[in-house]
Structures are given as C-alpha cells and as structure tokens.
Write a protein that binds this ligand. Structure first.
Ligand code: ADP
Ligand code: NI
Length: 229
C-alpha cells in the first residue's frame, strides 16, 4: 500500500474510533494535531509519512484511559499498521513517537529522540494551550468529575511520571502543573512561535477566572500568576 493511502486509511480508522468522544481526546483533537504536525513538519527536514501516522495514532490508546498502561498505545498502533503490511521500520518509528509524545510531569524531561517525534509532540502541545487548551482542560476535568478550582488545594510540580499519573487535583491546578510550563518546552522553531500567543491568551483567561472568583481578595500565593514560570 502506498504511504498516502495508509495515511488516509489511518485517518478514517481513527475518525471512526474517536467519533463523539467527550474528554477532549476526540477525533477533532486528532485532526487538529495532524494539521499542526503537517504545518510544523513542512518547515523541518522530516519524513512526513512518519509524522502523519504518529500524529494520527498518538492518542489511540492513551495511558490516561487504559489504567496507566503506557504500552497500550504503541501496541494498538502496531496491530493496526501490521494489518496493512506497513514496513517494520516504519511501525517502530511510529510506536516510538507514541511513547515519547506525552507529558510526564513538570520535573520530567520529555524531549523526544527524533525530529519526527518533536514535530508531533509540538503539534499535540499546541492543542493543549490557547482557547482550545482551556476548553479541553475543563472537558477533561468534567469527564473525570474534578472540581474547577479549589483555593486551598495548591498545584504540585510532579517530579515523576508515577506521581503525575496519580494526580486528581482541580482543573485550574493543571494549568500550573502542565499547561503554563509548555511554552518553554517546544522543540521546533515553528512550534515555539505558534505557542507564544496561545500561551498569552491562556494566562489572561486564568487571570480573569481568578479575578472573577476572588473579587477584591488576593488569590492564594500559589495561584498568583506572577509566580508562573
Ligand atoms: P499528553 O499526551 O501530553 O497528556 P494529550 O493529547 O493526551 O496530551 O492531552 C492531554 C490533555 O488532556 C491536556 O492538555 C488537558 O487538556 C487534558 N488533561 C490531562 N490531564 C488533565 C488534568 N489533570 N486536568 C485537566 N485537564 C487535563
Ligand atoms: Ni493528544
């Protein structure tokens, strides 16, 4: 099968699997990441087939929805690609992207090992910030039954993936624990540039949220945006 056809079939497959999903990991997320990845990838010297398949399959069986199993995604991607006789080398590259793309906590270095994975990670991270990032964070929090905000419950900068996975905090904490940190963790020039405005919008959103919540009171120190890295 030609690379183009494999990409098109994979897109159809993922669209069918993810249709109607409501935790912020729906088909539209995948489609936006695919588009972002192409946009960033076109500025880099990468294999666009690997990038596109990585983007399309990056959340196929996310650990967040598979009892923390980090190999669920690569396994599902491998099975799908094997049924289409994709070359073993291509399958390995795509699986490696799926393993490397995810955020693992504030204190964990998740710089990918290949340029293709860097492109997909940046594309995925762009969709975690900005207006869409705000929407997705609250969609995810609602899906998990989390509070939006709890003034006494402070954000934590997780030192390990294990610690990060166990986190059950309110959605606003997630901005401090992950989303605000992303702007300094983009790997590509195009990704980093696209992130700037989205980051600024998200900071403004949280600022307004806290102003409306606290009125004249000062929010707890941990939530003051001057503390934000
Ligand atoms: P990653 O692989 O880096 O986790 P995903 O594409 O799976 O990225 O999407 C993660 C998104 O899910 C976050 O950007 C956020 O919108 C949402 N999310 C994950 N954990 C939380 C949380 N604890 N609170 C709110 N949103 C969360
Ligand atoms: Ni994603």
């Amino acid at each position: 099968m030609k690379a183009e056809e494999l990409v098109a079939r994979t897109a159809q497959h993922v669209e069918t699997l993810f249709a109607g999903e409501a935790s912020g990991h729906d088909w539209w997320h995948i489609k936006r990441v695919w588009q972002n990845a192409l946009r960033i990838g076109q500025q880099e010297n990468v294999d666009l087939t690997v990038v596109q398949l990585g983007a399309l399959l990056h959340d196929i069986a996310d650990w967040k929805f598979n009892r923390g199993d980090e190999e669920a995604g690569p396994r599902a991607a491998r099975e799908w690609l094997q049924t289409h006789q994709a070359p073993a080398e291509l399958i390995e590259k795509v699986c490696q992207i799926i393993r490397e793309v995810t955020f693992k906590g504030a204190g964990v270095d998740t710089t990918p090992s290949t340029l293709e994975a860097k492109v997909v990670q940046d594309a995925d991270r762009l969709d975690a910030i900005g207006a869409i990032g705000v929407g997705r964070a609250f969609a995810y929090g609602g899906h998990k039954g989390r509070e939006m905000y709890h003034p006494g419950q402070e954000p934590r900068l997780h030192a390990s993936f294990e610690e990060y996975k166990k986190n059950q905090g309110p959605t606003l904490n997630h901005f401090y624990e992950k989303l605000f940190l992303l702007k300094d963790r983009f790997s590509t020039t195009a990704g980093r540039q696209l992130a700037q405005e989205r980051h600024a919008f998200m900071v403004q959103f949280v600022q307004r949220f806290l102003e409306e919540w606290h009125g004249e009171e000062v929010p707890p120190a941990a939530f003051q945006l001057t503390n934000t890295p």
